[in-house]
Design a protein around this ligand. Structure first.
Ligand SMILES: Cc1cc2nc3c(=O)[nH]c(=O)nc-3n(C[C@H](O)[C@H](O)[C@H](O)COP(=O)(O)OP(=O)(O)OC[C@H]3O[C@@H](n4cnc5c(N)ncnc54)[C@H](O)[C@@H]3O)c2cc1C
Length: 486
C-alpha cells in the first residue's frame, strides 16, 4: 500500500463512481484531494466565464462534503506541471492519481506532469473514467478502430452486454466510509474565491444551471421521470424539454457516465414500453465514446478534416457573413434563434447545432473550423472530441459524415422541427407577433410580416444568402476539392 497519495480532480468533479479516486482510496494510507486552476488555460478566458463559475461552484460542494469526512479539497492556482510536483514534495506523496483526459493539450500536459513526478520518484497513475469504453476497447474484428458509427455502436452494445456495469447502488454510492478513513486531515481552509482567481460570478443562477452533483442529479431525475419515454421523438423538437440537458455534467464529470447508462438500463427494465427509447438515449452516450476514440486514433482531426481530400476545400470565408451568423442575423429565423440561444444561454439544442453548422458550412461556405471555435467559446458543454466530430459530420469532412451533396434546407428543418415557431418566438422577440406559418421562410411573406409590424430589412434582416443557389455552390466546391485531390 502507498503511503501518501494525491488525488488530482480534473474533469471528474464528483465522489461517487470516480474510478481514480476509488483507486487512490483503496491503495494509499492517506489521500489528499487537489484541484489545480490551470493558469495556462485561465489566462485566455474572459473575467465572466460560466464554465469557470460552474467549476468553482462544483468544487465548493465537493470541499464541503470532504470536510464532513474530516478532510478538504486543496485548491491551487498555477501551472500543474510545476504545482503538482511542488505539492507532492511538500506532502511527501509517493503517488498522484487522476483520471484520463483525452484532449491533445491535456495529454501533453499529463506527459509533462508525469515526467516531472517520475524524476522525483513519484508515480503518476491514471484511470479510465470519462467514457464507458475508451481508446482500444471497441475495435473491429481486425483489431482496427472503427470510423463508422453504426458498426461501432453494435460492437459497443455487445461489449456492454458482455461486461455488465456495476450495480446501481455501487454506482450511486459516495465512498464516505473510505474517505473518513483515508482522507488527509483537514487544513480547515477556505477555497479561494472566484475573485481570488481573477473571475466574477456569472448568470448561472438566472439560467437555472445548478452546478455539482446536486445539479446533475436534478437533471437526471427530471429526464428519467418526465422525458426519457418520449426521447426518440421529442429529442428533435427544440421547443420542448425533450433531452436530458446532462451534457454539461458529462463534460465536468459531476455524474458518472457509467451511472447514466445503468440508470437508463434500469429504467428500461422497470418500464418495458420505454425500452427502445432508453436504448436510443444510451446510443447518444455511445456517440460520445465514438468521438473520443476518433480523436485518440486520429488526432489530426483537432486541426483539419478527417477526410484529407477536403484539406484544400476553397471555403469562401466571407467575414461579414460570419459575423451575421455569430450574431444571429442571417434572416433565417431558425438559424438566428439557435445562435441567440447559444450566446444568451451557453447551450444550443442538438437539432439546431446541426442546422446552424450546416448553414455556416453549406450556405455561407465558411470553414467549419471557424464555427467550431465559436461554439467552443460559448458552449458550456464544450468538449473537443464531440464538438469537432459533430462539426465535421455536419460539414461533410468527418468520419461517417453527412454526404456532401445532401444539404439541410433551413426552411424545411424549421417547418419540421419548430412547426409552431415556439423556439423561434422564444429567442427572436421581434418576430413574436408573426404566426408560425410565415416564419419558416419570412422573405416569401414580407407583406404578411409587415401587417404584423415587422418590416424585413428593418425589424428583421432580409436573408443574407439564397439557400438553393448556395447549396448548389457548396456541392460544386466539394466536387472540385475531390477532383483536385484525385
Ligand atoms: C455542431 C455540433 C457541435 C456539438 N458540440 C458538442 C460539444 O461541444 N459538447 C457536447 O457534449 N456535445 C456536442 N454536440 C452534441 C450534442 O448536440 C449535445 O451533446 C447535446 O445537444 C447535449 O444536450 P443533452 O445533454 O440534452 O443531450 P441528450 O440528447 O440528452 O444526450 C445525452 C448525452 O449524450 C451525449 N451526446 C448526445 N448527442 C451527442 C452527439 N451527437 N455527439 C456526442 N455526444 C452526444 C451528450 O453527452 C449528452 O449529454 C454537438 C453537436 C453538433 C451537431
Amino acid at each position: 500500500m502507498a503511503g501518501t497519495a494525491i488525488f488530482w480532480f480534473r474533469r471528474d468533479l464528483r465522489l461517487a463512481d470516480n474510478t481514480g479516486l476509488l483507486r487512490a482510496l483503496a491503495e494509499a494510507a492517506s489521500v489528499q484531494p487537489v484541484f489545480v486552476f490551470d493558469t495556462t488555460i485561465l489566462a485566455g478566458l474572459p473575467r465572466q466565464d460560466r464554465r469557470v463559475d460552474f467549476i468553482h461552484r462544483s468544487l465548493q460542494a465537493l470541499h464541503e462534503t470532504l470536510q464532513t469526512c474530516g478532510g478538504g479539497l486543496r485548491v491551487v492556482h498555477g501551472d500543474p506541471v510545476r504545482e503538482l510536483p511542488a505539492l507532492a514534495r511538500a506532502l511527501k506523496a509517493d503517488v498522484v492519481y487522476c483520471n484520463d483526459d483525452y484532449e491533445p493539450a491535456a495529454v501533453a500536459r499529463d506527459a509533462a506532469v508525469e515526467s516531472a513526478l517520475n524524476a522525483m520518484d513519484v508515480r503518476f497513475e491514471r484511470s479510465k473514467d470519462a467514457v464507458v469504453f475508451a481508446r482500444d476497447e471497441v475495435l473491429t474484428q481486425q483489431r482496427k478502430p472503427y470510423t463508422v458509427f453504426t458498426p461501432y455502436r453494435k460492437a459497443w452494445f455487445a461489449r456492454l452486454k458482455a461486461e455488465p456495469l456495476a450495480d446501481l447502488d455501487t454506482l450511486r454510492a459516495e465512498p464516505l466510509a473510505a474517505l473518513h478513513k483515508r482522507l488527509a486531515p483537514s487544513r480547515g481552509g477556505q477555497l479561494p474565491s472566484l475573485a481570488d482567481l481573477g473571475f466574477e460570478t456569472t448568470d448561472l443562477d438566472a439560467l437555472g444551471v445548478v452546478a455539482g452533483t446536486t445539479g446533475a442529479e436534478a437533471a437526471l431525475q427530471q429526464f428519467l421521470q418526465h422525458a426519457i419515454g418520449e426521447y426518440p421523438t421529442d429529442r428533435d423538437i427544440p421547443g420542448t424539454e425533450g433531452t436530458s440537458r446532462l451534457s454539461l455534467h458529462n463534460r465536468f464529470g459531476t455524474l458518472s457516465i457509467r451511472r447514466l447508462v445503468a440508470e437508463a438500463q434500469a429504467h428500461a427494465h422497470d418500464h418495458p414500453r420505454h425500452a427502445e427509447a432508453c436504448t436510443t438515449w444510451i446510443s447518444e452516450l455511445a456517440w460520445r465514446d465514438f468521438f473520443f476514440q476518433i480523436l485518440h486514433h486520429h488526432p489530426h482531426v483537432a486541426e483539419g478534416p478527417f477526410k484529407t481530400v477536403y484539406e484544400h476545400l476553397a471555403w469562401e470565408n466571407d467575414d461579414a457573413l460570419f459575423a451575421a451568423w455569430c450574431e444571429g442575423r442571417t434572416g433565417y429565423p431558425i438559424v438566428d434563434a439557435a445562435m441567440r440561444q447559444l450566446v444568451e444561454t451557453g447551450f444550443m439544442h442538438n437539432r439546431l447545432r446541426m442546422v446552424a453548422a450546416s448553414f455556416l458550412t453549406k450556405d455561407l461556405l465558411i470553414d467549419w473550423r471557424r464555427g467550431e471555435a465559436f461554439f467552443a467559446l460559448h458552449l458550456l458543454d464544450y468538449e473537443l472530441a464531440c464538438n469537432n466530430g459533430n462539426w465535421q459530420w455536419a460539414a461533410s469532412t468527418g468520419c461517417d459524415p453527412q454526404p456532401y451533396f445532401r444539404v439541410f434546407n433551413p426552411a424545411r428543418q424549421s417547418e419540421r422541427f419548430d412547426p409552431e415557431a415556439r423556439f423561434i418566438h422564444a429567442y427572436l422577440p421581434a418576430l413574436r407577433a408573426v404566426p408560425a406559418d410565415y416564419l419558416h421562410e419570412p422573405a416569401k411573406h414580407a407583406k404578411v410580416l409587415a401587417r404584423h409590424g415587422v418590416v424585413l430589412g428593418k425589424d428583421y434582416p432580409e436573408p443574407v444568402v439564397e439557400h438553393a443557389e448556395r447549396a448548389r455552390r457548396a456541392v460544386r466546391l466539394f466536387e472540385l476539392a475531390r477532383q483536385s485531390a484525385e
